[in-house]
Design a binder for this molecule. Structure first.
Ligand code: ADP
Ligand code: ASP
Ligand code: MG
Length: 404
């Protein structure tokens, strides 16, 4: 039995007309002899609408109930799509996360997939030619519904492909993975191939075309992922292991992430253990701290500045208020109008001077850098949010990434 996983995102299932395009892609795979596991997202805007309802109805909505609520978006998509397939004479059925089941941990809103019942899937695929599977959702051992974090249908799709040992196609509203977001830089160039490591950095740095965990999964289980468009027949981008066919470039892409907040605790005592006192409670509270800078301020005092996802700012400020009292720190400051821009490329491993080139490019546009962090294959600068597009375009040009 030849199996293929095809995933379609929110814009691809936004209405009947789009869903008919999806059906064409699935029928094309059927014509090539594949049994198709079709992983669907909620119709575009629906997950946000449902999250908005939860906020409107409750002052502090129960995370487990939010998951029951938002997972309905994907339920609507798979039911409607399965109807469309049946209209075309295809033997299809819908499947929700708990019916597979897609087993996850209990981290509501950000659950991790622990396993997928492969035998059940194989058996269902013997009986059906197409399975329309709800992305983004799973269930715990106690049969509670969970969701996998925003953009989580990508991860569902790769996990299904890993479980079934097949390839995975991710269909979206752009023709593949580009050197930067093609919706903000018109000269962005589509890449034919990109390595798991580069894609991982691009996703972590904000390129939402693939959810980070989907790339981690693909890398771990060596699943080739082809990103392509629902609305054209362009060949797309293959996300795969690094190989000689990949372009030998220094920087392969620029990513940006506006989902950032900067927090500063001013004038904390500059003594051993202070960082652990600050960051311990944040880690325990599930807040992922990203960039960190410590700057001596006055005698025996230091300023600690760090970034967190915007959604975690309130929790972070609550924790910092306690720590401020405990440590006698002068004040807690925060700023929501910041953005992280990153240059990514495996070529950086063997070259120096890339950071200097990036800083120089930003300087020429008078863009002030608030924080810097680097890894073996990326350079990240935190800047004021209003300069995001200019900074992304500037770095994209500086590293010669545009179309000729
Ligand atoms: P879907 O609903 O299909 O999951 P998403 O909106 O999650 O789609 O992801 C696709 C979007 O990712 C594109 O419309 C594009 O704006 C954005 N994007 C950001 N960076 C990149 C990149 N480097 N290459 C391609 N798309 C990118
Ligand atoms: N519907 C979910 C979201 O909007 C999952 C996804 O689209 O991948 O985040
Ligand atoms: Mg997505």
């Amino acid at each position: 039995m030849r199996i293929l996983v095809q995933k379609f995102g929110g814009t691809s299932v936004a209405n009947l007309e789009c869903m008919k395009k999806v059906r064409e892609k699935v029928l094309a795979a059927r014509a090539k002899g594949f049994k198709v596991v079709v992983v669907l997202s909620a119709m575009s805007g629906e997950t946000n609408r449902l999250l908005g309802l939860a906020k409107e109805w409750s002052t502090s909505p129960d995370p487990a109930e939010i998951d029951v609520l938002v997972s309905t978006g994907e339920q609507v998509s798979v039911a409607l799509f399965s109807m469309l397939m049946k209209d075309a004479g295809v033997n299809s059925r819908s499947l929700l996360g708990y019916q597979v089941p897609v087993s996850t941990d209990c981290d509501h809103g950000n659950a991790r997939i622990l396993g997928i019942n492969q035998d059940k899937l194989q058996a269902l695929l013997e009986e059906h030619d197409v399975l329309a599977v709800a992305g983004f959702q799973g269930c715990t051992d106690e049969a509670r519904v969970t969701t996998l974090g925003r953009g989580g249908s990508d991860t569902s799709a790769v996990a299904f492909a890993a479980a079934l040992g097949c390839e995975c196609e991710i269909y979206t509203d752009v023709e593949g993975v580009y050197t930067t977001d093609p919706n903000i830089v018109s000269t962005a160039r589509k890449m034919d191939r990109v390595s798991y490591d580069e894609m991982l950095e691009m996703a972590s740095m904000g390129a939402k075309v693939l959810q980070i965990r989907s790339v981690e999964f693909a890398k771990k289980y060596k699943v080739p992922v082809l990103v392509r468009s629902t609305f054209s027949d362009a060949p797309g981008t293959l996300v795969t292991q690094e190989d000689s066919r990949m372009e030998a470039v220094l920087v392969s892409g620029i990513a940006y992430d506006k989902d950032q907040a900067r927090v500063t605790l001013r004038d904390v005592p500059d003594v051993p253990g202070i960082a652990s006192k600050l960051f311990g409670p944040l880690a325990a509270g599930g807040v992922v701290v990203d960039m960190i800078v410590q700057n001596p301020s006055r005698e025996n005092k230091t300023d600690m500045t760090f970034t967190v996802p915007r959604g975690d700012l309130d929790k972070t400020l609550e924790l910092m208020a306690e720590i401020q009292k405990e440590t006698n720190a002068a004040e807690v400051l925060h700023d929501l109008h910041v953005c992280k821009v990153s240059a990514i490329g495996v070529g950086m491993r063997n070259h120096s001077g890339v950071a200097a080139q990036a800083f120089d490019a930003l300087r020429r546009e008078n863009i002030n850098i608030l924080m810097i962090s680097t890894s073996e294959i990326k350079i990240t600068c935190l800047i004021e949010e209003k300069y995001t597009e200019l900074a992304v375009r500037t770095l994209h040009d500086a590293f010669g990434l545009g179309k000729e």
